[in-house]
Design a protein around this ligand. Structure first.
Ligand code: FNR
Length: 180
């Protein structure tokens, strides 16, 4: 059974992206297990001196969870046309580990924002960073949930086309993961 790990790029309690992350298990195809990681806020800021003293436990813990997963789904807001610093910080720490856990790992991206464009500019930056880490990133379908405030409730995706597109991406991603 493919196991997917969802990494949420927002720390906000009422985050739209967190709502989407928690909706994914019910939208996934049968036989796909989904776990959610919400610990990016526990990472220290990347600092080579901290690294020299020993890799922080949150980084090694996330790396172990990624290693144990068949694929990763990053669900994140766009901040100032890019990814949130907290997500980039987590990725920077992961990039320092050997073996580097995202190398060769299938990754799908989902973004949600209150803007009309749904985080498309974040997707480009995140994809570029994932190239540096040699992740195997799914190209399509792309998930950009624009005006998320109109498509989500406090605990569910209420917009049916959005649910359908996300379910489609999960099905395509499960196949992408299975093909290896
Ligand atoms: C934003 N927001 C935002 N939205 C967008 O579509 N493009 C952008 O570049 C930005 N930039 C941005 C920067 C910062 C610092 C913040 C705090 C917010 C708005 C953003 O879409 C909105 O706050 C979302 O609700 C954030 O996602 P979560 O926390 O709800 O998952």
């Amino acid at each position: 059974m493919p196991k997917l790990l969802v990494v949420c790029g927002s720390l906000r309690r009422a985050s739209y992206n967190r709502v989407i992350a928690h909706a994914l298990p019910a939208l996934a195809p049968a036989g796909v297990a989904i776990e959610i990681f919400e610990g990016l806020g526990d990472f220290p800021l990347y600092d080579g001196d901290v690294e020299a003293a020993g890799m922080p436990a949150p980084a090694t813990a996330l790396a172990a969870r990624i290693a144990a997963a068949d694929g990763v789904i990053i669900v994140t807001p766009e901040y100032n046309y890019s990814m949130p610093g907290v997500l980039k910080n987590g990725i920077d720490w992961l990039s320092r580990l050997k073996p580097q856990p995202l190398a060769g790992k299938p990754v799908a991206i989902q973004t949600a924002s209150m803007g009309a464009m749904g985080g498309v500019r974040c997707q480009h930056h995140l994809r570029q960073t994932l190239v540096a880490l040699e992740a195997r990133v799914l190209n399509k379908p792309e998930i950009m949930v624009g005006q998320a405030q109109n498509k989500l409730s406090a605990d569910a995706i209420t917009d049916e086309p959005t649910r359908g597109l996300i379910a489609k991406q999960l099905a395509v991603f499960a196949e992408f993961v299975r093909k290896g």
